[in-house]
Write a protein that binds this ligand. Structure first.
Ligand SMILES: *[C@@H]1O[C@H](CO)[C@@H](O)[C@H](O)[C@H]1NC(C)=O
Ligand SMILES: *[C@@H]1O[C@H](CO)[C@@H](O)[C@H](O)[C@H]1NC(C)=O
Ligand SMILES: *[C@@H]1O[C@H](CO)[C@@H](O)[C@H](O)[C@H]1NC(C)=O
Ligand SMILES: *[C@@H]1O[C@H](CO)[C@@H](O)[C@H](O)[C@H]1NC(C)=O
Ligand SMILES: *[C@@H]1O[C@H](CO)[C@@H](O)[C@H](O)[C@H]1NC(C)=O
Ligand SMILES: *[C@@H]1O[C@H](CO)[C@@H](O)[C@H](O)[C@H]1NC(C)=O
Ligand SMILES: *[C@@H]1O[C@H](CO)[C@@H](O)[C@H](O)[C@H]1NC(C)=O
Length: 839
């Protein structure tokens, strides 16, 4: 025999001496099959002296717990009903043995009592499969800690144990607790219901207070896990001090409680979740009352959600709103009367024999205390009693099928606990409209309810305000909760006020729930589903206002036909085109006349044709730019222009040459004439220009690009080249050079005969070209927008007009209106006059 077995044996022996059922008590009922019942009729906190003294704790020395007594009555009622019920276990009489476990103090002794046989002897044997203990199943105990202690023992014998209010998730572990079942869902459902309640009311800044035991630790851990990633933050968590067994407040405990209430008062959080056994809360709430602390939403865990003693502290109503999570209330018909009848018809307290005094099957004051809470119990429909009731019925149904009962009779065979356990796991029946069927963890997923504490004498003290279905994992039907807040509205418990749409959050401190709100700047927007902490930039072609939640398409700006300036410029260009065409025809007609020849002869056509082409390019400036129109604008247009300018420049040069170079450098002049110098020059300049244009095309791009209007970001300017100004500078530099050269030659030859004297016009054209190009570049550096395009076009058209009308216009005028001057004779006289004048 090992030491453990020896202890067991000793305790069994002790029980044999101490425990004998009291025939006339509530605690036992003789029957063919006995059920064990473990209830908390008295409650005390842990860690008390009897463990040191090897004494069985005397529960009746502790405070009475009326709810536990009510649960015990529920078991008695269920057994009595089953015995009365003809359909279930006909002919079989169920009995029970119930023991007060006084919360956690007295667990082991009752278990040994249940496991022992009729002779109070628990044999040590190798195989218990044919062992028949005193009871076939155990109902209870209530809290998780005792359930686990008891479960460790009973599971060794596979004796079925059905607890009616232990929520701990550890009990789901079927390796450790193969024989433990429960008529409540697991703790994670309770936590989930709480979290969903918080989310429903948008409380994201909460305080968690826990007891310093496993219950507090386990549940706060579960809550922390559930809140991760749910946008609810814990402002702080505090551990409540463990009260003294006699509930007297020590100085240390008072200081601790004061500190906690101080912290509660200072926090902006208005929701307090309390995970603690009811006993550890009395002193805390007394301190809360003493400090007149109010305006809080207290969220009660199942351990104290329906606690009668705390509820009887009626001043608590002034401290705020009490919400609690507990199991669904199922009224049991006849139970209320049963409970009252027993309370009234209690037998006179007989003096128990002293040898039974510690068996904890007695409670002298239970009935009185329960009677004093009777109204509350009745109004709340004995919330929780159904869990006990259904546990007893589950055992009865299992027993019924294990024995193979018919409608009228049952064979009273020997029942081994492990057989019964298998049957209990399989039960499937309906009880008062609810299906009783245990899931694979041995849990009964019955709905939970969120209750609000009420103190209205005619109302259910624990009024249901919402329900939670474990299978659906959803909080449903949140009804009108009467908030005990200054203006009866839902209390706000957030670290920071929610941001307005289009405001990003800027975290303050470590909690994601605490933040400042900052407007998203223009050009950025907030996509709440993607990121609440950062404004995202709008796509390139879109824009947003300050505090926008989306972007809008920017208006594209480009030169349009319907605008007045466009029409004006287009008409100018048309005029230029037509007049140039006319000039071309006139020159063609009078090709052989001296006027045309003096103007350059064939070279005139070299100028006129590119001018015509350039005029035709004007429409490419209007409308949204495309690759081809950009190519036209940036290449052909300037190319045409360059040909014209270089022709003019070479013309000016030639006028000087005719008179100066011919006499001074006859050789060079010979070459110039022989090799068609002017054409070579024009071709060379054109080639240089082509190189420049192609080079700039290769370096930059011809693809139209859009950029935001710096003055109005809602507008997107479509332009051919983002570096338009640089391109323009490169393009015009050669033209400028040529125009300066033309201007200089013209200036030198200004006193030539008037027929040859284009100097005035060339000067005018070149000056205009030079100044307009320079001012256009200056304007572009200061301003970007559609105006640049139209100005660019206008300047170009004016320059073209300047050339076609300024250069060719007077000559045409002469040809048409002074044909007498367009004769070789007249020209010779003019030249003679000039040479004579010079001499
Ligand atoms: C069981 O039957 C007895 C006798 O008929 C009756 O007094 C008692 O109230 C019944 N109990 C229940 C719970 O139905
Ligand atoms: C609480 O309120 C009562 C009366 O309203 C007052 O007498 C008491 O001093 C207050 N206590 C505190 C701590 O403010
Ligand atoms: C409930 O509280 C009242 C006053 O606070 C007290 O008189 C009464 O005894 C309490 N009831 C019980 C059952 O403790
Ligand atoms: C119970 O015993 C005490 C003394 O032990 C005695 O005073 C009392 O009268 C007895 N009560 C009854 C009901 O016998
Ligand atoms: C339980 O019983 C009901 C009705 O008798 C049946 O519909 C259901 O399928 C059963 N459930 C299981 C898991 O056997
Ligand atoms: C909730 O509202 C219903 C009607 O909408 C009303 O009958 C009931 O009294 C209200 N309950 C509470 C607690 O205010
Ligand atoms: C916001 O972000 C989500 C997820 O990234 C995306 O599905 C949605 O289209 C976005 N909405 C806008 C307006 O960009």
């Amino acid at each position: 025999m090992g030491p453990q077995a020896r202890v067991v044996f000793f305790l069994v022996f002790l029980l044999q001496v101490l425990a004998e059922p009291a025939e006339d008590s509530d605690f036992s009922l003789a029957g063919d099959y006995l059920l064990g019942g473990l209830f908390t009729l008295h409650a005390n906190v842990k860690g008390i002296a009897h463990l040191d003294l090897l004494q069985v704790p005397k529960c009746k020395e502790y405070e009475v717990k009326a709810l536990g007594y009510s649960f015990m009555q529920a078991m008695r009622f269920a057994v009595e009903e089953i015995n009365n019920h003809s359909g279930l276990l006909p002919g079989v009489r169920l009995g029970y043995e119930m023991v007060d476990v006084c919360y956690v103090s007295n667990n082991v002794q009752p278990v040994l009592y249940f496991l022992a046989g009729e002779d109070y002897f628990l044999p040590i044997q190798e195989d218990y499969s044919h062992y028949v203990p005193r009871v076939v199943a155990v109902i209870g105990p209530d809290n998780s800690e005792s359930t686990m202690t008891v479960g460790h023992f009973l599971s060794l014998f596979l004796l079925p144990q059905i607890t009616y209010s232990a929520f701990s998730n550890k009990l789901r572990n079927k390796q450790s607790f193969p024989a433990v079942l429960r008529t409540v869902p697991g703790a994670d459902h309770q936590i989930e219901a709480m979290v969903q309640l918080m989310l429903h009311f948008r409380w994201n800044w909460i305080i968690v207070l826990v007891s310093s035991d496993d219950y507090g630790r386990e549940n706060s851990h579960l809550l922390g896990e559930r809140l991760a990633g749910r946008d609810v933050c814990i402002a702080f968590q505090e551990v409540l001090p463990t009260p003294q067994p006699n509930q007297r407040v020590t100085r240390q405990e008072r200081k601790r409680l004061e500190a906690i209430v101080d912290k509660l008062q200072q926090s902006s959080a208005r929701v307090v979740v309390l995970f603690s056994p009811d006993l550890a809360l009395r002193n805390f709430f007394r301190e809360v009352l003493r400090r007149n602390f109010s305006g809080v939403v207290w969220i009660a865990s199942e351990s104290w959600a329906t606690d009668l003693v705390l509820h009887n502290l009626t001043e608590l109503r002034h401290t705020g709103t009490f919400l609690g999570v507990t199991t669904q209330s199922v009224p049991i018909p006849g139970f209320s009367e049963f409970r009252m009848r027993h309370a009234r018809a209690r037998p006179p307290t007989s003096n128990k024999t002293s040898r039974r005094a510690t068996c904890n099957q007695e409670c002298d004051t239970c009935r009185d205390t329960t009677e004093s809470f009777s109204t509350t119990l009745t109004l709340s429909s004995q919330r929780g009693a159904y869990n006990v009731y259904s546990a007893v019925y589950a055992v009865a149904h299992a027993l019924h099928s294990l024995l193979g009962c018919s409608q009228t009779s049952c064979p009273k065979e020997v029942v081994y606990p492990w057989q019964l356990l298998q049957e209990i796991k399989k039960v499937n029946f309906t009880l008062l409209g609810h299906q009783i069927i245990f899931n694979q963890y041995g849990d009964l997923p019955i709905p939970l309810e969120v209750v609000q504490w009420q103190w209205n004498p005619s109302q259910d003290p624990f009024q249901s305000v919402a329900s939670y279905h474990p299978t659906r994992r959803r909080l449903e039907g949140v009804r009108n909760i009467s908030w005990h807040s200054p203006d009866s509205t839902v209390p706000v418990s957030t670290c920071s006020k929610d941001c307005q749409p289009g405001q990003k959050k800027k975290a303050v401190g470590i909690h994601p729930c605490c933040f400042e709100c900052l407007d998203c700047l223009p050009g950025t927007f907030l996509n709440k589903t993607a990121d609440e902490f950062d404004c995202q930039p709008c796509p390139d072609n879109e824009w947003s206002h300050r505090k926008d939640t989306s972007c809008f398409k920017r208006r594209l700006a480009f030169l349009e036909w319907r605008e007045a300036p466009t029409i004006a410029v287009a008409m100018l260009a048309a005029l230029g085109f037509l007049s140039t065409l006319a000039i071309l025809v006139i020159f063609w007609k009078h090709f052989q006349t001296p006027m045309v020849r003096s103007a350059g002869g064939p070279m005139c056509f070299l100028m006129l044709v590119p001018l015509l082409v350039a005029y035709m390019m004007v429409p490419t400036y209007v409308g949204p730019p495309t690759v081809s129109t950009c190519l036209c604008r940036q290449t052909f247009f300037t190319l045409c222009f360059t040909i014209c300018i270089s022709c003019i420049a070479v013309r000016s040069f030639q006028i000087i040459c005719v008179f100066k170079m011919a006499s001074r450098l006859p050789h060079a002049y010979g070459y110039w004439v022989r090799y068609h110098g002017p054409y070579i020059f024009v071709a060379f300049m054109t080639a240089v220009k082509v190189v420049i244009v192609v080079g700039s095309l290769l370096i930059t791009t011809t693809r139209p690009t859009a950029y935001a209007d710096p003055d109005d970001p809602k507008i997107m300017i479509l332009s051919c080249n983002p570096n338009y100004r640089k391109v323009l500078l490169v393009n015009t530099s050669l033209d400028l050079l040529l125009s300066v050269a033309g201007f200089s030659f013209a200036y030198v030859g200004k006193e030539l005969p008037t027929n040859y004297n284009e100097a005035k016009f060339i000067t005018f054209c070149m000056t205009f070209y030079f100044t307009s190009s320079v001012s256009l570049c200056t304007f572009m550096s200061a301003y970007k927008g559609v105006l640049v395009t139209i100005l660019d076009l206008l300047v170009t058209v004016l320059n073209l007009l300047g050339i076609s009308l300024g250069y060719f216009g007077p000559k045409c005028y002469m040809i048409l209106f002074y044909p007498e001057r367009n004769t070789p004779a007249y020209f010779s006289s003019m030249i003679q006059g000039y040479t004579m004048g010079r001499d």
